[in-house]
Design a protein around this ligand. Sequence first.
Ligand SMILES: [Zn+2]
Length: 385
Amino acid sequence: MARKQIVNADIVTAKGVLKGKTIIFDDKIEAITDKPEDGLETLDGSGKILLPGLIDMHIHGYNGYDCSDGTEEAIESVAKGIVANGVTAFLPTTMTVSVAELEAAFEAARKVKNRQNSEAKFGNSTATVIGVHAEGPFIAMAKKGAQNPKYIINPPDAEFVKKHSDIIKMITIAPETDDNCKAIREITSETGVIVSAGHTTADYETMQKAIDAGVTHATHLFNAMPSISHREPGGTTALLFSDKVSCELICDGIHVHKGWFEPVYRIKKNKLNLITDCLRACGLKDGSYESGGLKFTLKGNECRLPDGTIAGSVLKLNEGVRNLYESGVPLHEAVNCASLYNADTLGVDGERGQLKEGLCADIVVCDSALNVKEVYKNGELAFKE
Ligand SMILES: [Zn+2]
């Protein structure tokens, strides 16, 4: 692979924006410097902003495919499609579907992950599968959201998670369905799987106990969990204010009012994780689609079930960063919430998540409005508008 440099660009690092710099890279980032090197393949970054590859830990589908389809083609297509939004690593996220469908989806994710590791060309043109986020099936019927009630299983089955802990990176569980947090304790003490509280009715006290037992993450904070009230703070408040818990946020202004964006950042800081919760309709036109066996309609930016329930999103992660930035969060911090802090939550910050010497050369070239123009994956061009 030829070493390259992008010169005269504004480079977003973890600590701030460096103006008019040069970044030198091969498959890894070699240097961020004032001085371009002679004799290298040189790209002009004038007027461009460079971001690290973004990481989406909660995304179901893209361009007509769903990670629960149970095929490698589906996961590969999502992995290829989302690069256009600056995403270079992700957790294919399963819906609450049947156990057989879940196991087929896990197997497909395993195969795609192995192929990415063994075939450089494939690995350099698709967003890296870090592992799977299983959104259910151990969730609360009363907060099912757009998950299919037919496949909800209570109480949570720790054995099932342990059996697939080689590929499950994160599992969404409703803690109140877990007797004395037994499964939460077992999963977090015996595996590296992150237990995320979500699709839950847990009150404040129950959620505190679940955090003590091992919950360290929250699935789309505010959505499919109790509303916050002064006499009944609910599990949501426990998640929002715990220093041990990282929180996902769908920054689209539909799932969560934009008035919450900057305040949630101020509370969570490096524990805020932007996600898309994107469905197969993302990247496609308005129309009728299906997710986990349920029909939904996409109109504009909104996906809804026939009864009006919000069903996932068609948000793109770079748009989420823009929305957080426009709410008053400094640019580098809005970017960190979709890259470094997500890498940190997933334990992959030693490889990726920021533009820094020694890390993967996953580089997103944007215009000043954060529209993605080009993406380099492990130093190779993976997307060009
Ligand atoms: Zn979801």
